[in-house]
Design a protein around this ligand. Structure first.
Ligand code: A2P
Length: 280
């Protein structure tokens, strides 16, 4: 009798699903909307999470079916930061971002604490100058790397290019660069004003700004090198990390290969690395 009861209890327990709770939950601490298409947010960081600046993790929300809806997001904060930051597009009919864009302080997100990615210093051979090429939300991994002291310790010069459709879409990056220039600790490594190791090169393609056009076209014409007063890219001096939309990544890859740079990986460091920016 007792035995039968036990069996029944066990069967019942297995048949009823557990009350859904968010696995790997982290709490949102800050949200900022930059344009009607872009926002960033910060959340708590799991105590056990160690990552290399430039890596991404899977984050998301619980889906309607009770299964987590997760996407790969570059961590935009540097590895020393006690919180985590993410920079996201809002796609109105995107499965995740249509919901993620409504996040408010105190909400929970799911964050799988398994960082991976190729936009890391370990995937590049030593060089003199590093180029970060971004379009749109592809700026995110560089928001992390640009705030990492190692970037300035490893290179004499750091150039970040950011191409967006409209001026408003440059705001997240522009504000971040401004913050870096005002940061006392980073400033010691970077240097001030015209002696600065950090060069910022934003361009827009669909709205008037001081520098118009795709970065790829400005590389082909040589304008970017003239504007910055640097030699054209060479495998001896230059290293590059690329993060943007698919067409952009392919075009930049071709250009970089044309300059003689080879694609590297964590296990096989070379002269450049590429990763796709988030797509919902
Ligand atoms: P464009 O306006 O000429 O398409 P998106 O918001 O669509 O991801 O694009 C972000 C930026 O990347 C836009 O300024 C866009 O320019 C630019 N872009 C798109 N494709 C390429 C490419 N193949 N090479 C360089 N830039 C590109």
């Amino acid at each position: 009798m007792a035995r039968d009861d036990m069996t029944e209890a066990t069967v019942t327990e297995q048949a009823i699903p557990k009350v859904p709770t968010l696995p790997d939950a982290q709490t949102v601490t800050h949200v900022k909307h930059w344009t009607d298409r872009l926002f960033s947010f910060r959340c708590t960081r799991p105590a056990s999470l160690r990552f290399r600046s430039g890596e991404f993790v899977m984050i998301g929300l619980m889906g309607d079916t009770g299964r987590p809806l997760l996407r790969a997001y570059s961590i935009a904060s540097p590895s020393w930061d006690e919180e985590l930051e993410f920079y996201s597009i809002k796609v109105q009919d995107g499965p995740l971002t249509s919901r993620l864009q409504h996040l408010a302080v105190g909400d929970e997100i799911i964050l799988r604490p398994k960082p991976v990615g190729t936009l890391v210093h370990d995937a590049l051979l030593p060089g003199k100058r590093i180029w970060f090429f971004a379009t749109g939300t592809g700026f995110a991994p560089f928001a992390s790397l640009l705030r990492d002291p190692q970037t300035y310790e490893d290179y004499d010069e750091v150039i970040i290019t950011h191409t967006c459709r409209e001026v408003g879409e440059l705001a997240y990056g522009a504000e971040l660069i401004d913050g870096i220039r005002k940061d006392e600790l980073l400033n010691e490594l970077i240097g001030a004003d015209n002696l600065s190791k950090l060069r910022y090169y934003p361009t827009t393609t669909r709205e008037e700004s001081p520098r118009m056009g795709r970065i790829t076209d400005r590389m082909r014409s040589g304008e970017v090198f003239t504007d910055l007063g640097v030699e054209p890219i060479s495998p001896e001096n230059d290293r590059a990390m690329v993060c943007g939309n698919l067409a952009f990544n392919l075009e930049i890859k071709e250009l970089l290969e044309g300059y003689g740079l080879r694609e590297g990986a964590n296990s096989d460091p070379k002269e450049y690395v590429v990763e796709k920016a988030f797509v919902d």
